[in-house]
Ligand binder design. Structure first.
Ligand code: URA
Length: 189
């Protein structure tokens, strides 16, 4: 994993010369039973250099509580390892969705990372990691909470917790999906 991180750092330093791209690597046990893949780091994540901290960390705590999965069983990472930003009309630096190009550049590293983590289950959060791994035809609204497969591993797509906060109508489905994931893992334990 250290080698992978060094290579990733060198690759993006060379690609984005002069830009301050802070890479936020995955966190957790390797190997881990469950790999949780988000979209990209936000402001707090880039500041602290850790995935899913700040507001997103609260979502993660809720995920753990609902599923009954322990933090020790989990490896958490993002599809894109740096914070995608744009300048708002008011002149502030704000988050934006990662571009297809950024996702494409990060994907080989994510695949190597997953090979090292070797999880029993890959849990994708929202459309970005789902489409990165399965292709554009996969749509979260259609496949959330279903057991899919990726490269011989079980893949379980969840809505992104941020989408659930934004669109309250998704909450019952999200909670049900997370509970069922926990049950499936306990049944197999
Ligand atoms: N924080 C992360 O690290 N990833 C997300 O997808 C959202 C917030």
């Amino acid at each position: 994993m250290e080698k992978l991180r060094r290579e990733m750092t060198a690759f993006f330093q060379k690609l984005y010369v002069g830009e301050q791209k802070i890479l936020v690597f995955g966190e957790g046990k390797t190997p881990a039973r469950v790999a949780l893949i988000g979209e990209a780091p936000g402001e707090q994540e880039a500041l602290l250099g850790r995935p899913f901290v700040g507001r997103a960390g609260k979502n993660l705590d809720e995920f753990l509580a609902l599923s009954g999965i322990s933090r020790a069983e989990l490896y958490i990472t993002n599809t894109v390892k740096f914070r995608p930003v744009k300048t708002s009309a008011a002149g502030n630096t704000v988050n934006r969705a990662p571009s297809q190009e950024e996702i494409r550049l990060c994907l080989p590293f994510l695949k190597r990372e997953l090979a090292l983590v070797n999880p029993e289950v890959i849990v994708t959060l929202g459309n970005v990691p789902l489409k990165a791994l399965l292709g554009r035809q996969a749509i979260i609204g259609e496949v959330h909470g279903q057991w899919l497969a990726w490269e011989g591993k079980r893949l379980y797509p969840l809505y992104h917790p941020a989408a659930v906060i934004y669109n309250r109508a998704l909450r019952p489905a999200y909670e049900d999906d997370v509970r069922r994931l926990g049950e499936a893992l306990r049944d197999k334990a």
